[in-house]
Design a protein around this ligand. Sequence first.
Ligand code: NCD
Ligand code: ZN
Ligand code: ZN
Length: 334
Amino acid sequence: MEITLESPLDMHLHLRDGEMLKLTAPLSAAFAGAVVMPNLVPPVTTPQMMSAYAERVHAALEGAAFTPYMALFFTALDEAALAAAKATPGFFGLKLYPAGITTNSEGGVANLKEADRTLHIMEEMGIPLLVHGESHGFVMDREQEFLAVYRDLATRFPKLTISMEHITTAAAVKLLDEFPNLCATVTLQHLLITLDDVAGGALQPHLFCKPIAKRPEDREALLSAVLGGHGRIMFGSDSAPHPRHRKEACGCAAGVFTAPLALPKLAELFASHGALDKLQGFVSGNARRIYGLNPVEKKVTLHDVPMQVPAAYKGYGETVVPIYAGQEIGWSVK
Ligand code: NCD
Ligand code: ZN
Ligand code: ZN
């Protein structure tokens, strides 16, 4: 069996900076492009920082045909600043983090009311809003508690395209039915694992991410929406590399590194459910339609020939351990 994907896109990707960027950027180059997250230290908050970062991303790609769609870290920008962002090559949208909710989000939004003016201008200018949607409540309830915020934003800004990033719950899937201006990304790991895989036996640091993997019924809801070809759910790997010593550590950093094997593993998953015909929409078609993207033409053929996942990816003095490290997966890039 095989499938050829046309210009697959990863709508939520962490490439980091410096040596880590040099290691990770080429490992995403099977994709035609990705939305590149701005939670660097310091965060990418200005168009100048964004262009400089985009240049470093391009350099790290070493000529690979891959479009970085750059996200700007949400701050209360005025009209002039948003116009400048919009005019900057590579700009995609604003990524809103509640302050302190995840890796490098300390500079995020503490009081959402203060975001209103910026959101209003974004709506007028047609700039998408991407959101890490978690409250500061009990870890398993954070996403569900945040749904009230999505509901409020989707109601008050009906022309604003709002992407619920890395959704993990059945309730979030259901919310999509209520508001046509909501869309969502889903990661690889949240289609495959539950909290049991993270913490049900010996603790698995390489499966620990935010939002934390949830209950079996949540995974089922994500799977059935995605495999059923839901038109407003897009693949966003949230591939989030951390150095090995920051994962295999007391105070393990949140983030699962999936980028290099995301497409083979997705193909294996879709094929095992007889849903390969839905993969193109999930990894490209939906994003192109929702955002009007026109990525570089790139064909990636995947086939059911197994691949061995490396124990770690190493280079430039960095070592990152992927999901399924050292294991075999049933599909590979042809
Ligand atoms: C991400 C990271 O490491 O930057 N971590 C994660 O667990 N998902 C941040 C994020 O996407 O929330
Ligand atoms: Zn996040
Ligand atoms: Zn992320």
